[in-house]
Design a protein around this ligand. Structure first.
Ligand code: PLP
Length: 366
């Protein structure tokens, strides 16, 4: 069969017509336990829902297909994927993450793994020499996030994959801001791709989830599987069902969101109260050329911008928005705005906007 388009995979991958009823929409299997055969085996492949479940299996098949990967694991949240990957390291192992990584990763490293014998270095991964210099003989994992949250830095995935291969380290790309619509990390040589599926995949601000898709069998993926099944960080059958339902419209939602974000970024760039706009789709973005090459399906729908006049002026902008809601998160039908420096407490970027499917740019206060 010819390779299927993303739109087709989003609707069909992992699904089948229910053999018992002919139902076209997928049923939800809430049962936590499944009947053994007379021989004590599980003839249909399901035993206990923490280990696997028909809804999770369908979701994982679809997630793998969307990324062009070999296999996927679905988790209860995006940070559960991060936790699983770090748990998979051995004592004495070293990992490298971007200096502008989603702040939750730093929090997990510091608070959950603070006393574990693993070490994480943070480097500016847009500087490949800095990445090379950070590699040690014990480096096992290179975590890359592009575009990054919140500065929208763009990292060269093919170059990072090559550097990691030479160092015998596994790469994981947090591609949450890009989605498989915009960016294809596995095709660029990255070993595994993760998403907070809470964002674009769920797309309606009502599901928490995470995914890890691998291009090939590897030790860290197997450790992540253990962490999922026996650590128990699994999504419920209902969440799996709802996520798979939402994925049907993922390509179309993302394309609309990206178009809105581009308009908003262009508008903000011309506004006299705005000091700087961070959006890889703008020619003014320092890595626009790389983004145009690497993000083959668009530039994502997240942007951040800096307002002239300091903190109060900045908070004032968020305070006066209409239609755009003051709330954290991204990727849903709702456009959200957040004063990120207040959340993270240290970075210079005052605002972050996720452009939802609703047109928001004309409502933005001038
Ligand atoms: N990665 C990125 C880029 C994020 O923005 C987030 C959350 O905002 C996460 C990971 C964590 O995902 P979750 O909130 O689903 O745990």
């Amino acid at each position: 069969m010819k390779p299927l388009h993303l739109e087709t995979l989003a609707v069909h991958a992992g699904r089948k017509i229910d053999s018992g009823t002919g139902a076209v929409a997928q049923p939800i299997h809430l049962s936590t336990t499944f009947q053994r055969g007379a021989d004590g085996e599980y003839p249909l492949g399901f035993s206990y829902t923490r280990e696997t479940n028909p809804n999770r299996k369908a979701l994982e098949q679809c997630l793998a297909a969307l990324e062009g990967g070999k296999e996927a694991l679905a988790y209860a949240s995006g940070l559960a994927v991060t936790t699983a990957a770090l748990q998979g390291l051995q004592p004495g192992d070293h990992a490298i993450a971007p200096d502008d990584v989603y702040y939750g990763l730093r929090k997990v490293v510091a608070e959950v793994f603070g006393k574990w014998p693993i070490e994480v270095s943070y480097v500016d991964m847009t500087d490949l020499d800095a990445l090379r210099a950070a590699i040690r003989p014990s480096t096992r994992l290179i975590w890359v996030e592009t575009p990054s949250n919140p500065l929208m830095k763009v990292t060269d995935l093919a170059a990072v994959a090559e550097i990691a291969r030479a160092a015998n380290a596994v790469t994981i790309c947090d591609s949450t801001f890009a989605t498989p619509v915009a960016q294809r990390p596995l095709e660029l040589g990255i070993d595994m791709v993760m998403h907070s599926t809470t964002k674009y995949f769920g797309g309606h601000s009502d599901i928490l989830g995470g995914s890890l898709v691998t291009a090939h069998d590897n030790y860290l993926f197997e450790r992540c599987r253990l962490s999922q099944e026996y650590g128990g960080s699994v999504p419920s059958p209902f969440d799996c069902w709802l996520l798979l339902r939402s994925i049907e419209t993922l390509p179309w939602r993302v394309r609309g969101q990206q178009a809105n974000a581009m308009q908003l970024a262009q508008f903000l760039e011309t506004h006299k109260a705005v000091e700087r706009v961070h959006y890889p789709g703008l020619e003014s973005h320092p890595a626009h050329a790389l983004a145009a090459r690497q993000m083959t399906g668009g530039f994502g729908a997240m942007l951040s911008f800096q307002v002239r006049g300091g903190r109060d002026k900045t908070l004032g902008v968020a305070a006066r928005t209409e239609i755009i809601t003051r709330a954290t998160s991204l990727g849903s039908t709702h456009s959200l705005i957040e004063h990120r420096a207040s959340v993270e407490g240290r970075r210079p970027v005052p605002h972050r906007i996720s452009s939802g499917s609703r047109r928001a740019s004309s409502m933005y206060p001038i």
